[in-house]
Design a binder for this molecule. Structure first.
Ligand code: GDP
Ligand code: GDP
Length: 357
């Protein structure tokens, strides 16, 4: 399982600049038709042969200049819930603020590995001022300049010493791992319940997996498979999902550990930015994909023209990646939910064939 590192900090301290520096994706900020910058907040970093995932928890907030303390606290909480290591970015030019102190307190209590990053240490003299951040009680601050790159090598050296997860992929026999993903209310729990139902509570955890293993193994529909149960993960977390992008952050682990993702879209809402963000996670991790357009029971006119229009719209939004099946159905009426499993298995088999050749 890959380690996940989260960047937190108040607005304007340089979180997104640091994110770009560490992932070196400045050029990857694609401005699409929709105007979303969906690649800005999640990426992969490779350092000394170790790959890890990096997420900027502040990166999803529009108008980040006006975010309130409350919102920053939520970001910190989701980072504490989800990440293995937290980078707490502060600004040496500004010095420490009350907001910083509040974040520091939450982080201290969390017991999570935290690195204080004293950003904007553009030169040696100003880097010295980082000493004032010792008082957070979170260990040695790392002086870096996200803009010119200085100090980032030492920072990365240190980050990878804090990892507890084995980078190796868990060997889970030759059985597909499926994940149902999508934004809140898309119908994830409904389809899992419709597919697995009562059995959910009696399946056994598999032995020999990492401490917070999220796989459940099933034998149904004529196949053996693992299902990565997002509902279980959600229960574990403390943060409510009042901010939709939290569900995106929550999906990271799920997607990273799946072979094939079943992306639930809500037919009554079309594709929104959360959907694109989740799609982007799937695509960045090069996972198999099946799109399930759920709540199809609510669409009154369901002829081929309507389906084709829907399908084209989806492929257009997800372009240039168009090579995935789309299924229209309903978790409520169970329409085509078995088909999803069949198709997901096909995607799995095709991917494996491609990998082995
Ligand atoms: P965020 O709101 O925390 O994501 O902050 P940004 O990454 O958007 O940066 C806020 C401002 O600080 C921008 O104008 C950046 O150019 C600037 N900035 C970021 N890192 C550095 C740095 O290392 N040195 C200096 N001098 N400015 C920086
Ligand atoms: P989750 O947040 O993605 O797990 O979504 P839920 O499974 O909790 O579903 C959210 C809401 O959508 C609930 O009120 C469900 O009853 C409803 N819902 C889920 N699937 C369908 C469907 O296929 N058709 C209709 N009409 N409603 C659905």
């Amino acid at each position: 399982m890959q380690n996940l590192v989260a960047i937190v900090g108040r607005p304007n301290v340089g979180k997104s600049t640091l994110f770009n520096r560490l992932t070196q994706t400045r050029q990857a900020i694609v401005t699409e038709v929709s105007g979303t910058t969906r690649d800005r907040q999640y990426g992969k970093v490779s350092w000394n042969g170790q790959e890890f995932s990096l997420v900027d928890t502040g990166g999803w907030v529009v108008n980040s200049d006006d975010v309130m303390e409350d919102e920053i606290n939520k970001q910190v909480r989701i980072a504490i819930d989800e990440a293995d290591v937290i980078l707490f970015v502060v600004d040496v030019m500004n010095g420490r603020t009350d907001l910083d102190a509040g974040v520091a307190q939450m982080l201290r209590r969390s017991g999570k590995p935290v690195v204080v990053v004293a950003n904007k240490s553009d030169n040696f003299d100003i880097g010295h001022q980082a000493a004032e951040f010792y008082s957070f009680g979170l260990g040695d601050p790392y002086s870096v300049s996200a803009i010119n790159g200085s100090g980032t090598g030492d920072l990365l050296d240190h980050i990878i010493t804090l990892f507890t997860r084995d980078n190796e992929e868990e060997i889970l026999e030759d059985i597909p791992r499926f994940a149902v993903v999508g934004r809140p209310n898309a119908g994830k729990s409904s389809i899992i319940n419709a597919l697995i139902g009562e059995e959910r509570s009696i399946v056994t955890d598999i032995a020999g997996t990492t401490r917070d293993s999220i796989y459940m193994r099933y034998n149904k529909f004529g196949m053996d498979f693992y299902l990565i149960d997002t509902a279980g993960i959600r229960k574990k977390g403390k943060v409510t999902e009042d901010l939709e992008y939290f569900s995106v952050i929550r999906s990271i682990r799920v997607i990273e550990n799946a072979d094939v993702c079943i992306l639930m879209l809500d037919a009554t809402r079309g594709i929104e930015s959360q959907d694109l963000n989740i799609f982007s996670l799937i695509q960045k991790n090069r996972k198999g994909l099946v799109v399930f357009v759920n709540k199809w029971d609510t669409v009154e006119e369901k002829n081929n023209v309507v389906i084709k229009t829907f399908e084209n719209a989806i492929r257009q939004r997800l372009a240039p990646f168009t090579d995935f099946p789309i299924i229209f159905g309903s978790a409520l009426t169970k329409q085509r939910i078995l088909k999803v499993m069949d198709v997901a298995k096909e995607v799995y088999t095709n991917r494996k064939r491609k990998v082995s050749t």
